[in-house]
Design a protein around this ligand. Structure first.
Ligand code: NAD
Length: 303
C-alpha cells in the first residue's frame, strides 16, 4: 500500500529552496496539506522575498495539492509561533513539523564574530526550539505528532570554519534525545535527518562530480517516512545522501574499569589510553558507560 498523508497537515520550515522545497513537494504529492514556510533571503540569512515561498505553494497547487505560504522567520519566538498558527488557522491541526530552515556564516573561529555565532544558533538551534515549543501543546492534545529536525555531519564530526553551525546542529540532536522521552506517551516521535545534498548552500563545498548524484529530492523520502503515522522510530538520527540511507549512532568503547574504591592516577589513564580508545569492541552508547554496573558488581562494589 502506498504511503499517504491524506487529512494530515505538515509544516516545512525553509521550504522555499533546496531540501525544504523537496520535502514540501513530496509531502503534498502524497496528500498532506503543507505550510510552506520561507522568508526568502540569501544563504547568510540576509534579505528576504515572499515570492520564494509563493512559488512553491503555486507548484503544489498546480499539481493538485493544498498548500499555504508563511513568510515568518523561525529565528524569533513570536514569528515561529505564527508559522504554527498558520497551520492551525488554515486547517485546524498539525501532524508533522519539519524543522529544515537554515543559513551559513562560515569563518574560522578566530575570525568569527559572536554576532555570527549567535545568529546561526538563533536560526538552527533556537529556530527549531521555537517551532517545536509552539507545536508541542497541539501535538500533545492531539496525542499525535511527528517532528523532524535537521542536523549535520558538520556537528557530528566537525568541519573547518563551521563552529557556529556545527554547535547549533548538535544542539538539535540533544533536543530530540530528551523530547523523545517526554513525547512518548503522547505518540509524538522526533527524529533527526542528517542530509548531504547539492543545494545553493553547498554548491561551493561539494566535489563537482558528486553534484549530479546528490539531488535534494533523494533526501526527502527519508524525511517523509519520519513524518508518517506508521513511523515508530524516535530519537534517532538518519543520514541521507545520493540515494544512500543509514542510521547514525554514538558508540562507546569497552574501555578499562579500575576499582572505584582506590585512587586513580593520571599515569593509569596514560598507560591505558590504547585500551580506553580502542573501538574494536565498541557498543551503542545509551548513557551508562558500557557495562559498568556489571563490572562493579563483579568487583563486589555494588549488589
Ligand atoms: P538552502 O539554502 O537551499 O535552504 C535553506 C532554506 O532555509 C532557504 O530557503 C532559506 O530561505 C530558509 N531560511 C533561512 N533562514 C530562515 C529563517 N530564519 N526562517 C525560515 N526559513 C529560513 O539550503 P539546504 O541545503 O536546502 O539546507 C536545508 C537544511 O539542511 C538546513 O538546515 C541545512 O543546514 C541542512 N543541511 C544541509 C546539507 C546539505 O548538504 N545541503 C547538509 C547538512 C545539513
Amino acid at each position: 500500500m502506498d504511503i499517504r498523508f491524506d487529512g494530515r497537515v505538515a509544516i516545512v520550515t525553509g521550504a522555499g529552496t533546496g531540501l525544504g522545497r523537496q520535502h514540501a513537494l513530496l509531502l503534498a504529492s502524497r496528500g498532506a496539506k503543507v505550510v510552506v514556510n520561507d522568508p526568502g533571503g540569501s544563504v547568510d540569512g540576509t534579505g528576504g522575498a515572499a515570492t520564494v515561498a509563493d512559488k512553491v505553494v503555486a507548484e503544489i497547487k498546480a499539481a493538485g495539492g493544498e498548500a499555504v505560504a508563511s513568510y515568518a522567520s523561525v529565528a524569533e519566538a513570536a514569528s515561529a509561533q505564527s508559522i504554527i498558527d498558520t497551520a492551525i488557522n488554515t486547517w485546524g491541526r498539525l501532524d508533522a513539523l519539519v524543522c529544515n530552515a537554515g543559513i551559513l556564516r562560515d569563518k574560522a573561529f578566530n575570525n568569527m564574530t559572536l554576532e555570527d555565532y549567535e545568529f546561526v544558533n538563533q536560526v538552527h538551534h533556537f529556530g527549531t526550539v521555537y517551532c517545536v515549543k509552539a507545536a508541542w501543546p497541539i501535538m500533545r492534545k492531539q496525542t499525535f505528532g511527528r517532528i523532524v529536525v535537521t542536523t549535520s555531519g558538520s556537528g557530528t564530526v566537525g568541519n573547518f570554519g563551521q563552529a557556529n553551525y556545527g554547535a547549533a546542529k548538535m544542539a538539535v540532536n540533544g533536543l530530540i534525545n530528551v523530547l523523545r522521552f517526554e513525547g512518548a506517551k503522547y505518540n509524538i516521535r522526533l527524529n533527526a535527518i542528517s542530509p548531504s545534498a547539492y543545494t545553493r548552500m553547498t554548491e561551493s563545498l561539494l566535489p563537482p562530480d558528486m553534484a549530479p548524484w546528490m539531488k535534494p529530492e533523494l533526501v526527502s523520502p527519508m524525511v517523509a517516512w519520519l513524518c508518517h503515522e506508521d513511523c515508530d522510530q524516535t530519537g534517532e538520527i538518519f543520514a541521507a545522501t545520493a540515494a544512500g540511507y543509514a542510521r547514525v549512532q554514538y558508540f562507546v568503547s569497552e574501555g578499562v574499569q579500575f576499582d572505584p574504591a582506590k585512587p586513580v592516577s593520571i599515569e593509569m589513564i596514560r598507560d591505558n589510553l590504547d585500551r580506553i580508545r580502542d573501538l574494536s569492541q565498541a557498543k551503542p552508547y545509551f548513557g551508562m558507560m558500557g557495562n559498568v554496573v556489571e563490572k562493579l558488581r563483579e568487583m563486589g562494589r555494588v549488589k
